[in-house]
Design a protein around this ligand. Structure first.
Ligand code: SF4
Length: 128
């Protein structure tokens, strides 16, 4: 997964950090955060997508090999109006990129993040 903070308060990043830590250990399921979008098949987006981050976000998506998924992590990425004003935002995310996975919460709890990501991995392995 390539994570892009597209304008968050850092709360979602805090919980994402917990998911990849020793307690939840997301890596045991074959999932991890990588540094380059070229090495990722999931674009994991946090934040409300500010006008300045819309371009870098779309560039990261364009750099990813197919097949690729987009995951919206948190209520801001889901366009629920938690942060920002209309003039500051290019979002909602699903107006810019095709969102495959929606993880609600402000912020979502680590267990919820892990549950959604592992379920998506299982669905993908099953071909659905
Ligand atoms: S959903 Fe909540 S915790 Fe996550 S970036 Fe938005 S305000 Fe912060």
């Amino acid at each position: 997964m390539r994570h892009v903070d597209a304008g968050s308060c850092n709360g979602c990043e805090h919980e994402l950090g917990a998911v990849t830590g020793v307690y939840y250990d997301l890596q045991q399921y074959g999932l991890d955060v990588v540094a380059s979008p070229r090495h990722a098949d999931v674009l994991l987006v946090t934040g409300a997508v500010t006008t300045r981050m819309a371009g870098p976000l779309q560039a990261a998506y364009a750099a990813m090999p197919e097949p690729r998924l987009v995951a919206a992590l948190g209520d801001c990425a889901l366009g629920r109006g938690v942060l920002g004003t209309a003039s500051e935002l290019a979002g909602p995310l699903d107006g810019l990129l095709p969102v495959d996975l929606r993880i609600p919460g402000c912020p979502p709890a680590p267990a919820v993040i892990a549950e959604h990501l592992v379920a998506a991995l299982r669905d993908r392995a099953a071909g659905s």
